[in-house]
Design a protein around this ligand. Structure first.
Ligand code: DX5
Ligand code: ZN
Length: 216
């Protein structure tokens, strides 16, 4: 029932092919691909080519998280590269509805990512239009940060909103996930967990065991 999405931001990029296939075999459900432009966030990461190459080596869902300002320009590009889900930050764009429609036009699932400074009530008017909400539990930009407990109430808000309005978007949590924070998020109503450092930075590299335990 729960899905685990390893974030390749924390992988050994010089060995990315193996980092993806190992996790694929270990039971990862999605691959979370963080796209940063050095503008919406202070960091730079991957471009569409990584998505294209990942698509060739795994059949798992490619979950593209755009932390960029020029969202509109890149939707057709990431769609063609093989993204299955594209999430973006609404405060980075002028017309959120238009962008959601554009993603759907490309037959890709549309998601909204909520920055810790953004109120969940500010995006509730879009919840009937999207497939997934990404609740950020760290400030976007880097892997390996501490889980922000003060974001937890957004998860329960979304769960209630979903039930009350008969909607079925997924609730994904992104940032600082480990066994303890995973349990908190699952209890509050999340069904997809992104995990970067906790998986790729683990000492034992027993990916199968880690995924299984995160899902439990
Ligand atoms: C942060 C990214 C996250 C990050 C998660 O800007 O959106 O997806 O890779 O990494 P961990 O699990 O290490 O917090
Ligand atoms: Zn992310």
């Amino acid at each position: 029932m729960y899905k685990i999405a390893p974030s390749i931001l924390a992988a050994n990029i010089l060995n990315l092919g193996k980092e993806i296939t190992d996790l694929d075999k270990a039971g990862a459900d999605y691959f979370h691909i963080d796209i940063m432009d050095g503008n919406y966030v202070p960091n730079l990461t991957f471009g569409p080519e990584i998505v294209k190459k990942a698509k060739k080596i795994t059949k798992k869902t490619l979950d593209v998280h755009l932390m960029i300002k020029n969202v509109e320009k890149f939707i057709p590009i990431f769609s063609k590269s093989g993204a299955d889900i594209i999430s973006f930050h609404p405060e980075a764009v002028n017309n959120t509805k238009k962008i959601i429609k554009l993603i759907k036009k490309h037959k890709v699932k549309a998601g909204l990512a909520i920055h810790p400074n953004v109120k969940v009530s500010d995006i509730s008017k879009y919840l009937n239009l999207i497939d997934i909400v990404v609740v950020m539990t760290v400030v976007p930009g880097f892997a390996g940060q501490k889980f922000m407990k003060n974001q937890i109430k957004k998860i329960s808000f979304l769960k209630k909103y979903k039930e009350n309005n008969n909607l079925n978007f997924d609730i994904e949590i992104d940032g600082g996930i480990n066994y303890k924070t995973a349990n908190i998020c699952k209890k509050e109503g999340a069904n997809i967990l992104v995990a970067g450092s906790f998986i790729y930075g683990s000492k034992n590299k027993n990916y199968k065991k880690i995924i299984k335990k995160l899902k439990k």
